[in-house]
Unconditional design. Structure first.
Length: 268
């Protein structure tokens, strides 16, 4: 005769089952899903490629955070050119210090704001947070990945191309909230919404613990659609890719100028 479980044990298992169903995180996808099953990145990771400036150290990044995910982005080999969606070389090859090893697609879609939305959505996808993947189009309509029939990775990429076609700097700027340059964080966005507009992503942040000074890396895509790349700092006499927060009223990047007030942050 099999002994009956005690009421307290039954209650314990019931609570555990509820926790697994409600509290436990969704099943995570591959960390960088577009590379699933592929070889290691030829250029290592962004964190490995770009050491902080002397006297600085990277800010702590929580496990599973957007900041930590961005640091692990795979890089193409050092010296790789930036390619357009057609496979041709971008006409300017003097603005980048490295190329992120991620596809740009075959159509002229993944431009500046699109690349930022792509990276943000890829991070959420890697965590299994598919219900949080959503962006507004230029008319304010919410485009939700969860509303799509196919929730696998090919379906996700088709969804992102749809977002790229109907969203851009104009819509993304309105989704973000103002941020202070002195409190700059990885994942923040310098953005000028418009037709045309431009946007670049703060991809990493380092801090000098003695002075509190911060430095940051920027990545972008541009027009026409092109590979996402780490920007050089045109104001750095030593050729550093790190930007300082003491840039005054205007941030000078190789292909766009942003005002200090154009730094924005995701709502959550």
């Amino acid at each position: 005769m099999t002994p009956l479980a005690s009421p307290s044990l039954v209650r314990w298992f019931a609570v555990l089952a509820i926790w697994i169903a409600v509290v436990a995180p969704a099943r995570a996808e591959p960390r960088y899903a577009w590379r699933a099953g592929g070889p290691a990145a030829a250029g290592g990771t962004l964190e490995q490629r770009f050491a902080p400036p002397a006297g600085f150290e990277r800010e702590a990044a929580a496990a599973g955070s957007f900041a930590g995910w961005l640091r692990g982005l795979p890089m193409k080999a050092e010296g790789a050119p930036v390619l357009l969606h057609t496979g041709a070389h971008k006409w300017r090859q003097d603005v980048h210090a490295g190329v992120i090893d991620i596809d740009v697609g075959k159509r002229d879609l993944q431009q500046c704001a699109d690349a930022i939305m792509r990276l943000r959505a890829e991070w959420l996808y890697s965590l299994g947070r598919k219900g949080d993947i959503a962006f507004n189009d230029t008319e304010g309509k919410r485009l939700r990945f969860s509303a799509r029939a196919k929730q696998d990775y090919p379906g996700f990429r088709k969804y992102m191309d749809y977002v790229f076609a109907y969203a851009g700097t104009y819509s993304l700027e309105r989704e973000l909230v103002p941020a202070l340059a002195d409190d700059i964080r990885a994942g923040d966005v310098f953005i000028k919404g418009g037709f045309p507009g431009h946007a670049v992503l703060v991809t990493d942040v380092a801090v000098n613990r003695a002075t509190g000074e911060k430095r940051f890396l920027l990545t972008q895509s541009y027009m026409p659609a092109q590979e996402i790349h780490v920007l050089k700092n045109p104001a750095a006499p030593d050729g550093s890719v790190w930007y300082g927060t003491d840039f005054g009223d205007t941030l000078e990047t190789p292909e766009w100028r942003f005002s200090r007030q154009q730094l924005k942050r995701w709502r959550s």
